[in-house]
Design a protein around this ligand. Sequence first.
Ligand code: HEC
Ligand code: HEC
Ligand SMILES: [Ca+2]
Ligand SMILES: [Ca+2]
Ligand SMILES: [Ca+2]
Length: 459
Amino acid sequence: MRFTNSALIYTGFYLFVNLTFLSCTKAVEESLNDINAGGSTTIFTEFSNSFQQPAANLDKEGLDDHRSGDLLFESIFVTSPSPQNSGLGPIFVQNACVSCHPKNGRAAFPESGSDMGGLLARISLPGSGIHGENISVPGFGTQLQTKANFGVIPEGQLSYFNEFIEGLMADGSSYTLRRPVFKIFNTYLPFPSEVQMSVRIGPPIFGLGLLESISEEELLKRVDPDDKNKDGISGRLNYVYDDRVGKMAIGRFGWKASQPSIYNQTAHAFLEDMGLSSPYLPQDPSYGQVQQDSKADDPEVTDDVVRLAAFYAQSLGVPAPRRQNLPDVIYGKKLFAYIGCEKCHTSKMQTGPNSDHPFLANQSIQPYTDLLLHDMGPGLADHRSDGLANGNEWRTPPLWGIGLTQVVGGHTNFLHDGRARNLEEAIMWHDGEGRSSKDGYAKLSKKDKEKLLLFLNSL
Ligand code: HEC
Ligand code: HEC
Ligand SMILES: [Ca+2]
Ligand SMILES: [Ca+2]
Ligand SMILES: [Ca+2]
């Protein structure tokens, strides 16, 4: 992929951009005063523990459950039998939730040759089942387990090499994008050549209870599958089969919105990431394989364990944005709207009723996501479908808290596989429906780019 030509065409246009958008709406300015990004759950801290605070409005009982969930999230699971945290494996990816969501934030892109850290590989054969689900790879299932208990062989290993793509901005400055090319090797059985692979990195997990509480109606307001308003953006919802309740549901979680609830996402994480069966998903990932776990200790985690670990993610507070009254931040936010970022990274959302967790209900929030799938072009494509999402489509990730990535995680790796080494690279990867706002960014003057990034870093 080459950005060079398109970027050069726009040389000289950026001055024009600066002059015309100053008339931007008053509404943007007013919203700047509201720093409760997570409604009443919002917490105010700018330290490395910013993603580890309970929601500000949790009651005593909620706080107790939150703390129990916290312990589970940080627990290291071990081989069965063990008096505590038993049941890991026999094949798994990591032995703890925190391994891939360090300090509840995103994992760093791993160094080549080392442990693959917070990365995992989803795999499947081409096509899909009757409910749109992925087709298992015989002997491997739909996720590659790269580690194993003593005496057991992992399904295979994951590694990558980097390609670098050079480009020029409109002002003549150059940029480089890193594209990791992943491969699976050392498989315990011959690996079918037609396997489709999607490599993903652990995202931050705070604020998810709020995203789960946004009503279908609120989400449908922004859906535009046929791009009727002709703005080049045609977001749609993912609909996936919820095998827990036996019906189709809106997908919200994961980089392709393939999980309908935090509970389901959590149970799948226990199972596929750590090899822990639960009442909802009782079959170990090694089930039916030659190295099948034959210990009679299923389910290895109880429904309560899954529920509390899920509740932990649901009940984390959202950090408030910072420095919102700085003129450059205000200007950066205007640019964000002006070049179309806001069209997918929707700042304002409203949660609906939530009878299970009233503290999440009816909150005005600023997640900077529409939770919709967008075609992001061939450069980001994984060529593997997931529910209704095709190989080009990704769910808009929330941007709340993104400016705290460095202070929390000590890195600035972004996008679904952590390939972007900073915010600018993340923006320059946008293509497809994100093309015009990417071009809009590339056309900005150096100063304006800095202001846009300053705004992102204030979130
Ligand atoms: C091997 C790494 C790994 C481990 C271990 C892991 N996760 Fe994840 N987690 C991920 C990845 C990768 C995703 C994105 C999944 C996708 O795109 O389908 C994710 C997504 C999530 C999400 C949804 C986030 C969102 O914004 O949609 C939640 C919630 C979550 N994980 C919770 C957990 C819990 C709870 C555990 C422990 C039981 C856990 N994870 C263990 C890697 C991991
Ligand atoms: C067409 C919808 C759309 C538009 C417009 C858009 N984005 Fe995105 N953005 C996405 C999607 C989808 C992803 C995830 C892509 C991936 O991970 O492969 C993303 C990812 C990101 C990320 C990385 C987030 C993370 O958690 O890793 C940042 C930062 C970002 N966008 C900022 C911007 C900015 C700034 C603009 C305006 C210049 C913008 N986006 C315009 C849809 C959009
Ligand atoms: Ca097990
Ligand atoms: Ca597997
Ligand atoms: Ca549209």
